[in-house]
Design a binder for this molecule. Structure first.
Ligand code: NFE
Ligand code: MG
Length: 568
């Protein structure tokens, strides 16, 4: 048995991810990505009313809390030919955008920053110098010496009691940490500020969708009437609160998230030259525009060639397929086939070693994730794919943001194909999306003023109006990337339901041809400075913002109990 480095669990992610790596000295020769948790939501959906599907599908995840609801209603609307009123589309855009801004800021400060920020070093910072640095970077108001001294005191209290709590297992003092103490303190302080900020921004979902996480949707629109002054409708007072929340989102992105990303990235230029992945990128498109198309286009980029964007057809059997050659599923009558999601299967068949085990059987099956492919090729999805699509298609703000950020960091555009390129792309797309929110809100208000208060299309609500057999594909860009739900409806009920999810594209195992997906490809070649503190693996894996709960859409102590899901 070849000895392997095992990192399990990868922390500061959503879900359960294990990375194994064969080493060539201190260099990663081959990496293996395994989702170690299985769920059964695609099975739970079978037999249900398609109008209810979103409420079940949305429970796939608690981080990207609305995206599976959104993809589900779009899949059913596609199957039944339902058009969505303009106001509902604008409200959906605002809700999706709020999800992005919240999720990306939280990822940066609470999940990813500690790969670059040594919180113990922040104890040695001079709060006055930190304040001077912060004030030189932006107009963020919480930049006084006193604010940083308070943040440092809170941190010190943690450390002195020996209770670093959620910070306890960090690799503090690892030679890979390069930030001066003052930058570390700045980031730690914004980590704490972002915790408070997110409590306010989720209120956008509670106003438009009743609650967060998991706001409400409806097939055919949004379940929110627009009306003057009732407690349950969208009125002038609530629109005013939405505008206030959008302003708070934008202020934090402009004054903290964007400047912090660039300031921290500037200390790690070598991370703009490694961790790329597969070199192919895919988007499904998002933020539908009134005249058709999307703000972020749909397409595929192959081999880094930004001059050519290939079209993507979600209904074409030969384009999006999932393979299970190295997954714990029985599949397609054999393990070699790739299945389009309308014909997709979820048949659990664990045949791996009995846990706890030393290492995965990587020549056989080693993950609960499948391996999605586009025309047989692995694709990276997510913020980097979207920024490349915007950049390649000539989006003016994207060009300006990418070019000016890279110029400031003295890096070429090829630096995007990297670990920190991915992280920077996430920040830059947040800026583009938060800036677009004001325009959608203005449009919504203008429609209402002009007398259009329609938020729901009831034309095909009754199952008696549906065809006996229908198929639909619902796509969206979730924060982590291209998300598709494929539904087959027979006689008014869901006959088959398949979700092919961003983290499945990025974190899936090798395919039938032995080709790695983005996580595995991105880790290959990393050199570990301290092999029992694999900080480098965390940096690159976190740059994708994993969500394995989504990717393997009840864990039991024994695999046998999982079969009970089939009879729900
Ligand atoms: Ni559970 Fe998700 C997003 C979706 S994951 S977080 O974004 O879809 O890959
Ligand atoms: Mg699936």
């Amino acid at each position: 048995m070849t000895q392997r480095l095992v990192v399990d669990p990868i922390t500061r992610i959503e879900g359960h991810l294990r990375i194994e790596a064969t080493m060539d000295g201190s260099r990663i020769a081959e990496a293996y990505s395994s989702g170690t948790m299985v769920r059964g939501i695609e099975l739970i959906l079978q037999g249900r009313d398609p109008r209810d599907g979103w409420a079940f599908a949305q429970r796939i995840c608690g981080v990207c809390t609305l995206v599976h609801g959104m993809a589900s209603v779009r899949a059913v609307e596609d199957a039944l030919g339902i058009a969505v009123p303009a106001n509902a589309q604008l409200i959906r855009n605002l809700m999706i955008a709020a999800q992005y801004v919240h999720d990306h800021v939280m990822h940066f400060y609470h999940l990813h920053a500690l790969d670059w920020v040594d919180i113990v070093s922040a104890l040695n910072a001079d709060p006055a110098e930190t304040a001077a640095l912060a004030q030189s970077l932006s107009s963020y108001p919480k930049s006084s010496r006193g604010h940083f001294a308070d943040a440092q005191a809170r941190l010190k209290a943690f450390v002195e009691t020996g209770q670093l709590g959620i910070f306890a297992e960090g690799y503090w003092g690892h030679p890979g940490y390069k930030l001066p103490p003052e930058v570390n303190l700045l980031a730690v302080s914004h980590y704490l500020d972002a915790l408070a900020w997110q409590r306010e921004v989720v209120q956008l979902h509670t106003i438009f969708g009743g609650k967060n996480p998991h706001p409400n949707f409806v097939v055919g629109g949004v379940p929110l009437p627009i009306g003057p002054d009732t407690d349950s409708s969208l009125n002038a007072e609530r629109l005013g609160r939405i505008r206030d929340i959008v302003g708070r989102m934008k202020a934090f992105v402009d004054q903290a998230y964007l400047p912090d990303t660039l300031a921290i990235a500037g200390f790690y230029p070598e991370w703009f030259a490694q961790g790329e992945g597969v070199g192919n990128f895919m988007t499904y498109g998002e933020f539908p525009e009134a005249g058709g198309g999307w703000m972020i286009p749909r397409g595929v980029i192959l081999d880094r060639d930004l001059s050519r964007i290939h079209p993507v057809d979600l209904a074409a059997e030969s384009e999006v397929q999932e393979f299970a050659a190295h997954s714990w599923y029985a599949y397609g009558g054999g393990k070699q086939a790739g299945l389009h999601p309308w014909a997709g299967e979820t048949k659990l068949a664990y045949d791996g070693p009995k846990p706890p085990f030393e290492q995965l059987e990587v020549d056989r099956a080693y993950s609960w994730l499948k391996s999605p492919r586009w025309q047989g090729k692995p694709m990276e999805v997510g913020p980097l794919a979207r920024m490349l699509m915007l950049y390649g298609s000539g989006h003016a703000q994207a060009r300006e943001l990418v070019d000016s950020s890279l110029a400031r960091l003295k890096l070429p555009v090829t630096a995007l194909f990297s670990t920190l390129g991915r992280t920077a792309a996430r920040t830059l797309e947040t800026k583009i999306i938060v800036d677009a929110m004001g325009g959608w809100l203005d449009q919504l208000v203008a429609n209402i003023r002009a007398g259009d208060i329609d938020t729901f299309n009831e034309a095909r609500w009754e199952p008696s109006t549906w065809p006996a057999h229908a198929k639909g594909a619902g796509a969206m860009e979730a924060p982590r990337g291209a998300l598709g739900h494929w539904v087959v409806i027979d006689d008014g009920k869901i006959a088959n339901y398949q979700a092919v999810v961003p983290s499945t594209w990025n974190a899936g195992p090798r395919d039938v041809a032995g080709l790695s997906g983005p996580y595995e490809a991105a880790l290959k070649g990393h050199v570990l400075a301290v092999p029992d503190q694999p900080l480098e693996i965390l940096r690159t894996i976190h740059s994708f913002d994993p969500c394995i709960a989504c990717a393997v859409h009840l864990t039991g102590a024994g695999g046998e109990s999982l079969l009970e899901l089939k009879v729900v």
